[in-house]
Design a protein around this ligand. Structure first.
Ligand code: EPU
Length: 423
């Protein structure tokens, strides 16, 4: 993709038609990392979404020496990591997405060593990594900053241990599970995150031969095994991509049908949309979403799963701009995830100065097309939503960010009748 590509959206069309949700990025990423644990057989993943973070993660695997065959159209990745010997992660790739940290756990488990320079990703707060490294240390690894940069994690032997997260960390749990599953003895991770992507990831690990229990609860239990083998798995649908598409239907007063909405993963989000006047009905494998003529205002507090997901907060803030009345949106997971507020103001949204991560949105605003930058994946999604609802033309730049999390969004929205093009 050329870095100067721009998305042009001409708003005001009510979306109609059918669309399919992509496979989950945040489930695919730990599974790609987990493939490194296999010393026998291949790992075959289905419904792997062709988003930038996944493409870069596949490249990381190749650079470590894995054989990677990815068919983006079919969404199938065949990964053979048997010949991997490299334990230094390529810095020019790890600086592009934070989830590259997920490669450290399996390299440490399999080879007793991993080196990583720095991790990149969304600029949504300081995003420390202490739970990951503290957990590795508790398993017996030495974690050292290296002269000239980077972190070296080394262990002669890993032994099962008690580990914990101060806050339920999504990738923290995944990394510590991978580091523990070949360790000698039993491990416990207390105050674990319980997101559906972690449950899906653990079911791949179980197929590979890992003994992991309690995933989906606050306490995860791992019994170390001697070796793991490749396995086959179909990745869950992406609840955040589903959320974006549902909000696209809602903000345009549309009537759309989505394949791949797992309601069990989205209860709180769905309840909030209902409060805004959006109708959602299950019709076999499809969910029908009908937006009201006028949205109602909303109170949202983001929190850990199963609470309202922080990743859908920028999008619902865009919806709140159109709602008739005042809405309150409070971000509690990341301290700096309000970058989209400035962008929404460019569309003419009336949003009070944010204070203590609380956003007060005065609706309804008559949104007008604007020139904006996708600051991160989900802020970019909020710009797309505002653009669909705004009068006139919107130009969204910095599309690398949006493409990190949502595949071919303009194709899928165009299929619903949106006037949206990439140039
Ligand atoms: N935290 C620490 N120390 C750590 C790890 C986390 O203090 O070592 C704190 C964070 O600062 C934050 C909280 O714990 O306040 C939770 O962060 P978490 O570790 O759960 O975030 P993450 O694992 O880095 C994943 C998703 C994010 C999503 C968050 C929250 C992946 C690859 N990323 O990040 O997804 O926002 O969980 O649900 O799974 C996205 O897809 O756009 C995205 C940013």
């Amino acid at each position: 993709m050329s870095p100067i590509e721009v998305l042009f959206v001409r708003g005001g069309r009510s979306l109609q038609g059918e669309v399919e949700v992509q496979g989950s990025k945040n489930a695919a990423l730990p599974m790609l990392a987990a493939s490194l644990l296999a010393t026998e057989g291949q790992t075959v993943l289905h419904r792997v979404p062709p988003v930038n973070d996944v493409l870069v993660a596949l490249e990381v695997l190749r650079r470590l020496g894995a054989r990677v065959d990815y068919d983006a159209t079919e969404g199938v990745a065949v990964l053979d990591t048997r010949d991997v010997k490299e334990t230094q992660l390529p810095a020019d790739l790890t600086n592009r997405f934070r989830a590259s940290l997920l490669f450290v756990g399996p390299l440490l488990a399999r080879f007793g060593r991993a080196w990583i320079q720095e991790v990149g990703g969304c600029t949504i707060g300081s995003r420390p990594t202490d739970y990951h490294y503290r957990g590795f240390a508790r398993l017996g690894a030495e974690v050292e900053g290296v002269n000239g940069g980077g972190i070296d994690v080394v262990a002669k032997r890993l032994s099962g241990a008690f580990m914990y997260c101060d806050l339920p960390s999504h990738t923290g749990v995944e990394n510590l599970v991978m580091a523990s599953c070949l360790a000698e003895g039993e491990s416990v991770i207390e105050n674990a995150a319980s997101d559906p992507e972690i449950v899906d990831f653990a079911s791949l690990l179980q197929k590979m031969g890992a003994q992991v229990e309690g995933v989906g609860t606050r306490r995860v239990h791992i019994k170390g095994v001697r070796e793991l083998a490749g396995a086959e798995h179909t990745i869950m649908y992406d609840r955040l991509d589903a959320g974006l598409l549902m909000m696209a239907g809602a903000i345009t007063g549309g009537d759309i049908a989505l394949k791949g909405v797992v309601r069990d993963h989205l209860y709180v989000f769905e309840a909030k949309l209902q409060q805004m006047g959006v109708e959602m009905t299950e019709e076999g494998a499809w969910m029908r979403v009908r937006g009201p003529e006028t949205l109602s205002p909303i109170n949202v507090v983001t929190t850990f799963y199963p609470g309202f997901p922080t990743d859908l907060q920028p999008g619902i803030t865009a919806l709140a701009c159109m709602a008739k009345g005042d809405s309150y949106v409070r971000e509690t997971v990341f301290e700096d995830r309000l970058g989209h507020v400035k962008a929404l103001r460019s569309f003419g949204a009336r949003i009070a100065p944010e204070k203590d991560s609380l956003v007060l949105v005065h609706g309804p605003a008559q949104l007008k097309g604007a020139k904006v930058k996708a600051m991160d994946i989900r802020a970019g999604a909020a710009c797309v939503l505002a653009g669909l609802a705004a009068e006139g033309c919107t130009e969204i730049s910095n599309l690398y960010q949006l493409d990190r999390g949502h595949a071919h969004i303009e194709h899928r929205l165009r299929g619903l009748g949106a006037d949206i093009e990439r140039h």
